[in-house]
Design a protein around this ligand. Sequence first.
Ligand SMILES: *Cc1c(COP(=O)(O)O)cnc(C)c1O
Length: 471
Amino acid sequence: MVSEGQTRVPARRGPKNKLALLGGEKAVKSEQGDMFTWPIVTDQHEQAVLKVLRAGQMSGFEVTKEFEKKYARALGRKYGLAYHNGTAAILGAMYGLGIGVGHEVIAPSLTYWASIVQAYTLGATPVFADVDPDTICIDPKDIEHRITARTKAIVVVHYAGMPADMDAIMKIAAKYNLKILEDCSHAHGALYKGKEIGTFGDAAAFSLMTGKSLAVGEGGILFTDDRKVYERALLFGHYIRHDEITLKELKPFAGLPCGGFKHRMHQLSSALGLVQLELYPEAMSEIDKAMNYFCDLLDDTPEGVHRTAGIRPIRPPKGTNTTKGGWYYPHFKYVTQELGGLSLSRFSEAVCAEGSICNPGANSPLHLHPLFTTMDVYGHGRPTRIAYLDESVKIEQYIEALPVAEGINHRVFEVPWFKHYRPQIIEEHANAYKKVVENHRELLADDTGKDTEGSRKAGSQIGGYSSFFSS
Ligand SMILES: *Cc1c(COP(=O)(O)O)cnc(C)c1O
């Protein structure tokens, strides 16, 4: 019997080629097993945690110090300082770098909020830059014109597992004497031109929470080669370790956490971290192999021609081993023009129906959120973003359209993050994508084409501030 759907496709196509969304068989058929299970927990992890637990060392810092030393050594940085989460590590790093009242800090709009919201706590003003459409990391070409006399630092996020363009960014930092804080929470182990990310900035911070590449449960860590950054971070939130403070200008303040924060890492997390440091390099190299295999199946032929229309992996240029992904939250670019204008939402629906993973967009652009356009968090009587700037400064000066970040929902999509190199399963996922690309015309008829533009237009919220306090 011939169903309605089948009459629309050429006869040579069996049910295998018919899109699952239109009633065909799924491309992904295999049991996925632990292909996506993360983190990988072994006996070694369990034993490490039990040892600390049984010794009653949950709240000390000896295991934590061992973890910091080992991680810093592995990364090639002088000082490591562990935190109870990545958000706190970034706050500590900001304070360490001397970011404070009246400073501006440039950050990409496309990131998780914890790359930059902490600036508010220190009285600083976030300034957003757009991202490069190819790397979806901060666009070095969109930084320089945002620098003012108030600019103190740039937060560089190695976003969605891929290293940012550090050559260009470090050049700008040197030219204007700005601090660089690397947020490495998406890219543990990624390399930029042979050098590990987290070794470029004046400070670097990593989240180590469960979902991230190097996972310890909840945790974060700060790295620096600058004694002053390290000691300031200790002073701010690690009061129990103030015996490590040696700098003359900081010594008089030792004893109490000057930030009013307690930033210590749980030692069960430190114990897990020590095991992760041992096991991660091998896991990472298998993930790298799996992800590159998946990308290769869908990307360039040896002649450099795109194999699959409409989709492009976001990964370091091929042919070098010196720039490498960390692969957390991997994404592809979407080129609708090559697929007859098919919306990414419809495309994604079809890939998911095949049994694979395809999520349009990434983080929502921060610069459009009311927290950065109108909200008065602390009752200053004006938006917190400009609370510590001269009265003559208006919030409007900071609100701009950032077209790449705003269009992210139809520019990129998240692909499967394979944890193991299992060619057959990876091929099935690649086939799901290929099948949808090859049959995309069949999706055009029912495509409502409603790819949302990221969200509202920049500035639509302006016109007064909103406060908890003023009403
Ligand atoms: C997860 C994350 C953080 C915050 O880390 P937590 O450990 O969750 O506090 C900061 N920046 C980025 C980019 C992140 O993804």
